[in-house]
Design a protein around this ligand. Structure first.
Ligand SMILES: Nc1ncnc2c1ncn2[C@@H]1O[C@H](COP(=O)(O)OP(=O)(O)OP(=O)(O)O)[C@@H](O)[C@H]1O
Ligand SMILES: [Mg+2]
Length: 353
């Protein structure tokens, strides 16, 4: 008897500072890490989620595919930030195919873009327990031109984009595979990248609150660059603990603290938005990911701001067998926080929601 393994998919997380590629192998015992790689992008390649230099992104993807000797062609990728709107809305109860027909009209009032310029997707959660004539629906609307651009850079690299995800959903997917959690718990996933902070709050296994803010590690780097009158690359090196010219970390510490504090404040503000709807809801734990979660300073400031909520940096490889291909454990540990969205994408299977 011949077994046809499920078709593999590679996850490609196109972040504004780097492209992350991941491939997982599903086995009887769970997931194995098959391939992983990062390619860094020059500053300005992606601005506000828009691909300013498509050629640069395509080249990075091509290099990753060839260096890692990737054979899989199907790709799950994602968009984030202001080009995508994620909202839980309430609508009169109707069948899925009925909603398919009318979603455009129903969604219009929630979408700040021209309705004809967006791609709309939805998921019916079910009946609204407080009003049985209504149902709860997750609405996802993304700018069509952004989707087209992301699909194009992948196609130009010789691959097929078969899943277009949203960063915060990929995070949720990654988390659920790695951290089986108690259904009563309320968990906040916070991914802080170079230019976007994504927050996703899960309650009873459902995402009840998502928020994307245009803020991230770039802000710290840009401030160091400005105040020390050095290049962006030099500021970035200094920020992550390297030395540039005669400057060392002690001279930029105050700048890092100051900007990190504004990031921590944004997280606290997002929590306040959450509590505005979910009054008295207790958040059991905050899990951090994204490159900025490597900053001990930032983690400490977040802990200060959220006082009684425990904060932990998550490991997207926690539930994955990484031993098969002799990956350097130190390297994996080093890149882990950056790989959270990518792992979520690599977990997608064609046909999966
Ligand atoms: N050790 C470190 N300390 C502080 N910041 C770090 C460290 N390592 C990486 N970073 C920062 O993390 C950011 C990159 O993180 P990440 O790869 O998650 O972002 P991205 O996915 O490319 O961007 P985005 O999703 O925001 O578009 C950069 O701003 C980088 O400076
Ligand atoms: Mg990112």
């Amino acid at each position: 008897m011949i077994f046809f393994p499920k078709k593999n998919i590679i996850g490609i997380d196109i972040g504004s500072s780097s492209v992350k590629l991941l491939e997982l192998q599903e086995t009887k015992k769970g997931y194995q890490l098959k391939n992983v790689g990062i390619g860094f992008l020059p500053p300005g390649t992606i601005v506000d989620g828009a691909l300013k230099d498509q050629g640069a992104v395509t080249n990075i993807i091509k290099n990753l595919v060839s260096n890692l000797d990737i054979k899989t062609k199907n790709v799950a990728t994602s968009i984030s930030g202001h080009s995508v709107i994620v909202k839980n809305i309430s609508l009169p109860v109707m069948a899925e195919n009925e909603l398919e027909e009318s979603i455009k009209w129903e969604a219009e009032q929630y979408i700040p873009f021209e309705i004809d310029d967006v791609n709309i997707d939805f998921h019916i959660w079910g009946e609204n327990p407080e009003d049985k004539s209504q149902m709860n629906v997750l609405l996802v609307a993304a700018k069509q031109d952004i989707i087209n651009d992301y699909t194009k850079v992948i196609k130009e690299a010789g691959l097929n984009a078969v899943v277009m995800d949203v960063d915060s959903f990929a995070l949720e997917n990654m988390f659920e595979m790695n951290y089986p959690y108690n259904e009563d718990e309320v968990i906040a996933l916070v991914d802080i990248g170079a230019s976007i902070l994504n927050m996703n709050i899960l309650k009873n296994g459902i995402s009840v609150f998502t928020r994307a803010i245009s803020i991230g590690g770039n802000k710290i780097t840009a401030e160091i660059q400005k105040r020390k009158d050095i290049s962006y690359e030099e500021a970035e090196t200094l920020k992550i603990g390297g030395q540039v010219k005669e400057i060392d970390y002690s001279e930029i510490e105050d700048i890092v603290k100051e900007v990190s504090l504004s990031l921590a404040t944004e997280i606290q503000r997002s929590m306040d938005f959450f509590w505005a709807t979910f009054t008295d809801e207790h958040i059991n734990k905050i899990y951090l990911s994204g490159g900025c979660s490597k900053s001990i300073e930032l983690k400490r400031l977040i802990e200060d701001r959220v006082s009684d909520i425990p904060v932990e940096v998550l490991n997207p490889f926690a539930g994955i067998d990484c031993g098969e291909k002799a990956f350097d454990p130190e390297y994996l540990e080093y890149i882990a926080p950056l790989m959270a969205v990518g792992v979520g994408l690599a977990l997608r299977r064609t046909g999966d929601k």
